[in-house]
Design a protein around this ligand. Structure first.
Ligand SMILES: [Zn+2]
Length: 94
């Protein structure tokens, strides 16, 4: 079953970054934040703001805390920043 993924606004991305402990500077994610402990599979939980959406060890994406498939909302309060890699693992566990 496919679920609609809304295009993320800068506000959504910023909300996710802040929820994982990151800072916002000049209306964009800045510095570092930490991947959620219960999901992180990397040696270091550090995520780098500048690595959003790429494929380095510190890269990150916006994760739905409650997955869409489990009734989670496409809304900023359901977003957190998570490693790209860890997000894939979480996805597989659904
Ligand atoms: Zn992680």
């Amino acid at each position: 079953m496919k679920f609609e993924r809304r295009n993320l606004s800068q506000y959504d991305i910023n909300s996710a970054w802040k929820k994982s402990g990151g800072l916002i500077f000049d209306s964009k994610p800045y510095g570092i934040a930490y991947c959620p402990k219960q999901w992180c599979k990397m040696t270091s939980a550090v995520m780098d703001a500048a690595s959003y959406g790429n494929h380095s060890d510190a890269s990150w994406v916006v994760d739905h805390i409650v997955p869409l498939a489990q009734g989670g909302a496409n809304d900023y309060y359901n977003y957190q920043a998570m490693h790209n890699y860890c997000n894939s693992c979480k996805g597989d566990a659904r």
